[in-house]
Design a protein around this ligand. Structure first.
Ligand SMILES: Nc1ncnc2c1ncn2[C@@H]1O[C@H](COP(=O)(O)OP(=O)(O)OP(=O)(O)O)[C@@H](O)[C@H]1O
Length: 285
C-alpha cells in the first residue's frame, strides 16, 4: 500500500527532517503515527499523499510514486489535514460536488456517521463550530471508502465524547482492503484504536510494531521503586512506572504514552531489547 525507501526530505537543505527513512504500510491495519511536536508527522503524511516531494529516495502509494499524483491513485486516497477547510455550502451540496471524486463513496455510511457525530446535515458547513466541521470532514473521509485513509491529528478540536465516537467509527470503517494512518501527538487518543504503532523520532521511524507483538515482549507496571529489571522507568509522585521484558507468557496491555516517552528519550536498555527481539521487518532502533 505504502512503500517508502531511504527517504530524504527537508524544507531547507540545512535542516533535513528525514534521512534514510524507510517504512512499509499494508492493507487491513490502523497505524498510529506518533512523534513529538515538530518531528515531521504532517510532513511525512504529505510525502505519502504527494503534497511534498522526496529530495532523495522513493515514496510509493498503490505501486506508484506518490509525487506523480495520478488520478487513479488520488481517487483511492483520502487525506484529511489537521486544519480543515470547509466552504460556505451545506453538507448536502458539499457531498454533491465532491463525493464524485471517490468511486466507492458510501452515501448511506455518511448519513450514519453524521448521525452518530450529531452533525446537523442541513447546516451551512462554514457556520458550524470548528469541532463540528472536523467531525463532518472525518465522516466524509470515512465514507469516501478509499483504500488509503490518512488522518492528520483528527482528534484535535474534538470533545471527549466525540473522541470516543471517532475511535468507534474508524474501527467500524476498517476492512481488510483499507489502510488507515492516524497521526497524533496526543498518544492517549489512539489507545484502543490502532493495531500498529509507528514512532517518528530523530529523522526516521524508530518503531513500527504490532501492538500484540509488543504486548508479548513488554510489560508495563506501576511499582514502588524501579529495580534493575526495568528497561525504562519514569518516576511518579508515588513510585515509578516501568517497562520490563514480559516474562509471563501472557500478552499484556501496552501503555502507549510510557512506550512513546521511552522511545523519544532513547532509553538504551529498551532500544537494545527491542532490537534483539523484534521481527526482521521492523526498523532497527
Ligand atoms: N511549509 C513549510 N515550510 C517550511 N518549514 C515547514 C513547513 N511545514 C512544516 N515545516 C517545519 O517542519 C518541521 C516539521 O513540521 P510538521 O508539521 O511536519 O511536524 P509535526 O510532527 O506534524 O508537528 P505537530 O505535532 O506540532 O503538528 C517543523 O519544524 C516545521 O516548522
Amino acid at each position: 500500500m505504502v512503500r517508502i525507501r531511504n527517504l530524504h526530505f527537508g524544507y531547507s537543505k540545512k535542516r533535513p527532517l528525514f534521512q534514510n527513512l524507510s517504512l512499509t504500510l499494508e492493507r487491513g491495519h490502523i497505524y498510529g503515527l506518533l512523534g513529538k511536536n515538530g518531528a515531521g508527522k504532517s510532513t511525512l503524511l504529505k510525502n505519502i499523499v504527494g503534497l511534498a516531494f522526496p529530495d532523495a529516495g522513493t515514496c510509493e502509494v498503490l505501486g506508484q510514486p506518490a509525487a506523480r499524483r495520478l488520478p487513479a491513485v488520488l481517487a483511492d486516497v483520502f487525506f484529511l489535514p489537521e486544519e480543515v477547510y470547509v466552504p460556505a455550502v451545506t453538507a448536502a451540496q458539499f457531498v454533491e460536488h465532491t463525493a464524485g471524486f471517490y468511486p466507492r463513496f458510501d452515501y448511506d455510511a455518511l448519513a450514519r456517521y453524521l448521525s452518530e457525530f450529531e452533525v446537523p446535515a442541513q447546516a451551512v458547513l462554514a457556520a458550524l463550530s470548528f469541532g463540528q466541521q472536523k467531525k463532518f470532514m472525518i465522516a466524509f473521509a470515512l465514507a469516501a471508502n478509499t483504500s488509503l485513509l490518512v488522518l492528520d491529528e483528527p482528534t484535535n478540536g474534538l470533545d471527549i465524547p466525540s473522541k470516543a465516537q471517532f475511535r468507534k467509527l474508524v474501527a467500524t470503517a476498517l476492512t481488510d482492503e483499507r489502510c488507515v494512518i492516524v497521526s497524533t501527538h496526543q498518544v492517549r487518543d489512539l489507545e484502543s484504536l490502532i493495531d500498529t504503532v509507528l514512532v517518528l523520532h530523530g529523522q526516521r521511524i524508530v518503531l513500527n510494531a504490532d501492538l500484540g507483538d509488543l504486548g508479548e515482549r513488554l510489560s508495563f507496571a506501576s511499582v514502588a521503586e524501579a529495580d534493575g529489571t526495568a528497561l525504562y522507568a519514569e518516576e511518579t509522585a508515588v513510585g515509578a512506572q516501568v517497562i520490563r521484558p514480559n516474562r509471563s507468557g501472557v500478552p499484556g496491555r501496552i501503555d502507549l504514552e510510557l512506550l512513546f516517552n521511552a522511545l523519544v528519550s532513547e532509553a538504551p536498555a529498551l532500544a537494545h531489547y527491542l532490537t534483539q527481539t523484534q521481527p526482521a521487518h521492523e526498523p532497527a532502533l
